[in-house]
Design a binder for this molecule. Sequence first.
Ligand code: NAD
Length: 349
Amino acid sequence: MCRDDKTGLKAIIAIHSTVLGPALGGTRWKPYASTDEALTDVLRLSRGMTYKSSAAGLDLGGGKAVIVGDPATDRSDELLTAYARFVHSLSGRYITAEDVGTTMSDMDFMSGESPYIAGISEAKGGSGDPSPVTSVGVFSAIKATAQHLWGSTSLEGKHICLSGVGKVGSALAGHLAAAGAHLTVADVVEASAQRVATATGATVVDASKVHSVACDIFSPCALGAVLNDVTIPELGCAAVVGAANNQLERPDHAEVLRAAGIVYVPDFIANAGGVINISCEKDPGGYDRTRAEAKVAANVARAVTEVLQTANEKNITTAEAADRMAEARLEAAAGTPRIRTFPKETEKN
Ligand code: NAD
């Protein structure tokens, strides 16, 4: 619990696991109704990061932080400085980054106080906007799914439907079109869908109907809870592979998808490009975009392939297979307890 009365800072930093390495996870800044609500959220989110980084093959643990307040009115240099000092006081066991409510310029600013701040701008030697690299990861996940389903990573002539063509979805559409896929796109902001259609030759459909279009792969790249009791029976695809977080409205929807014969690539596997990209800021020699994209493509493809194979072999949902894969790495590493800190405490960026 972090409290600084002078600046009004109220924050919670949750470290769920450091078994694989320092706990990396963003800082969410929002006006939680109560401390209990903030605590529940930060604990849930930090656990999610442990699984995400483990499944992505990273030597990172899981953590997350929340600042309780309204980022629109509460932001000040003094408050951010006080928060960065709390992060620093954990000596690298927790590394923070941008999340809902915090921005890259917040990270840039805080990086002056502590080396345990990631997701900083390219101008400051960081990895910059993660969205293009996240799209490389989703593209790789789609190709690995194609290999699993159809015996080839080729997307030539495959029909892929994208729901949401914002930062990740629009970049993904570009990769898919270049690979010869036939696209259908939808966005609640119709101008965004039209822009992508003009660039890629995609067909535009209504955002409320896109999940039901008959296609090879449906790619949710907008909001969460898109796979639910209403949409799953209407799906017209062989597989769901997208960037959106928390795609399943309830955990048991993974079983509903399996029963319907639809291959679901768990969201935290498909969208791990963001965290893999940020982890590359700590590469020896510094961040390099080409190297980061290659690592994202390779790690995501490997994870998707293993999850889909395990789910088939063990007759379990892909969600369970992904959790087991993440837990296996944690269990293997738990025999060698370590709390890694990076960079060394004496280093500053
Ligand atoms: P974004 O805000 O740039 O794009 C989201 C797009 O979805 C917008 O164009 C928006 O108009 C559209 N949209 C909103 N509601 C919709 C609906 N009901 N139907 C269709 N379209 C709708 O966000 P983004 O950065 O592209 O991220 C997309 C998703 O991927 C989010 O769930 C995000 O949490 C997740 N994600 C993003 C990253 C990243 O690197 N940006 C990393 C991991 C996960």
